[in-house]
Design a protein around this ligand. Structure first.
Ligand code: CA
Length: 488
């Protein structure tokens, strides 16, 4: 089978110059050549301004087409440029997943009056006052778009909470009061009830809202010929809304429609419960694995590598795990800052790209760089992507048997000539590991491809070989090309 790789094609600090869609179009062939099979694109609709990363969503139907919020384009370009980029990606057999923000809206056109009360931010079930009238930013008329694509206008009763009372200019978390309205069930239980995240929180139990968001999902999937979605902030959304959204969109489209959700929680049990609640309709990012990488990179030689896959989705639900090293939220200076240290990144990428389990997601920032600084990892990632395509096949065996040196082998298969590999990761001193790559490789000469080791090894008659690794590094061993087998 094909070893797919998703790429998250943005980082938080991209310049507000409207060029990402053009860059992505020009990059499509290269992405195909390095083995990218799907691209997760940022929220592609109008946010609070042209500099909005996209999560301050204003109008889901404005894909950079209407003069709203002081700009026609989004941070990434115009709708026309977006569609050209998607067409080019599809020409190169690359799927496109749109980042879908359906938890909240921002940048309302006008204020409205409604009844509400502030709640304790640490316990959203705890009111801090009796209900009173507030003036909140919940009126969305979309004057620049009018009724094109949708005539739906948003009002206070489509929301469950908001962040400011304009009447007294006070910020807080205000729960909107109306008959039958409450924080949603089916959300994370942190802070009492974690329905509310930011801006004006969409009431996903309101029938008009459900119908409108379903309609948007079908519309945008068709307009942009999307292959799937990355669902933002699902920890804060009614899980039954998410489940019905995906089944509705899929049944309307009558085709495959991939989905991965962002449920940002280290706790494997919470992720497992969520998957059950949504009938396994979507994959989840493996947040536990990310934090294991982060902790390993912080602890260095103190980290016990045997535990690297403990509590991860990829170990417990391998077919539902999207494995990743970092993203736009975990990168330095961002809301969920937990960036994996540079010294460990090659090891983390080696593991997610070369192990059999999981659907790996490559972060733009780790490949192209962040905040204008080029990434030091691009060359290594290119190498690992190449190894993934050509060598990471067949039976796998893990050798997670030493606190500071672990390894894994892939024994290769008949469909991929010369496939098979040995990976060794160290967080301590230089070391080595005796591993078995199978008797079919007996007598072959193997070399290391990340550049950390220069010697060659000969696989023993029983398939055994001792594979060295430099201290604190990763080593990826594969068969040396035939024409070079005699060298060294
Ligand atoms: Ca919510």
């Amino acid at each position: 089978m094909k070893n797919g790789v998703m790429m998250q094609y943005f980082e938080w600090n991209l310049p507000d110059d409207g060029t990402l869609w053009k860059q992505l179009k020009d990059d499509a062939r290269h992405l195909h050549d390095i083995g990218i099979t799907a691209v997760w694109i940022p929220p592609a609709y109008k946010g609070t301004g042209s500099n909005d990363v996209g999560y301050g969503t204003y109008d889901l139907y404005d894909l950079g087409e209407f003069d709203q919020k002081g700009t026609v384009r989004t941070k990434y370009g115009t709708r026309q440029e977006l569609q050209e980029a998607i067409a080019e990606l599809h020409r190169h057999d690359i799927c496109v997943y749109l980042d879908a923000v359906m938890n909240h809206k921002a940048g309302a056109d006008r204020t409205e009056k409604c009844m509400a009360y502030p709640v304790d931010p640490d316990n959203r079930d705890q009111p801090l006052a009796e209900p009173y009238e507030i003036e909140c930013w919940t009126g969305f008329d979309f004057p620049g778009r009018g009724d094109k694509y949708s005539s739906f206008k948003w009002h206070w009763y489509h929301f469950s909470g908001t962040d400011r009372n304009e009447a007294d200019e006070k910020n807080g978390i205000y729960q909107i009061v109306s008959e039958g309205k409450a924080w949603s069930i089916g959300v994370d239980t942190e802070n009492g009830n974690y329905d509310y995240l930011m801006h004006s929180d969409i009431d996903l139990n309101h029938p008009e809202v459900i119908a409108e968001l379903n309609r948007w999902g079908i519309w945008v999937a068709r307009e942009l010929e999307l292959d799937g979605m990355r669902l933002d902030a699902i920890k804060h959304m009614n899980d039954q809304f998410v489940r019905q959204f995906l089944t509705t969109v899929r049944s309307e489209l009558k085709r495959d429609f991939y989905a991965v959700g962002e449920y940002w929680k280290e706790d494997l049990t919470a992720l497992e419960e969520y998957l059950g609640h949504v009938d396994y309709e979507l994959d989840l990012f493996d947040v536990g694995l990310h934090y294991n990488f982060f902790q390993a990179s912080q602890a260095g030689r103190e980290y016990d590598l045997r535990t690297l896959l403990d509590g991860t989705l990829v170990r417990n639900h391998p077919t539902l795990a999207v494995t990743f090293v970092d993203n736009h939220d975990s990168q330095k200076g961002c809301s969920l800052e937990s960036q994996v240290e540079d010294w460990f990144k090659p090891s983390a990428y080696a593991l997610v790209l070369l192990m059999r389990e999981g659907y790996p997601c490559l972060f733009y920032g780790d490949y192209y760089g962040m905040d204008g600084t080029p990434s030091p990892h691009r060359g290594t990632i290119d190498t690992l992507l190449n190894v993934r395509r050509h060598y990471a096949h067949g039976e796998q065996e893990l050798y997670f048997d030493h606190p500071s040196t672990i390894g894994l082998v892939r024994r290769g298969d008949d469909k991929h000539p010369d496939s098979g590999l040995a990976l060794v990761i160290s967080v301590g001193d230089e070391g080595d590991k005796l591993m078995n790559v199978g008797t079919q490789h007996a007598g072959e000469v193997w070399h290391e491809v990340t550049g950390n080791r220069s010697e060659t090894l000969t696989i023993g008659p029983d398939g055994n070989c001792v594979f060295p690794v430099s201290g604190g590094k990763t080593a990826v061993w594969v068969k040396k090309p035939e024409e070079e087998q005699q060298a060294t």
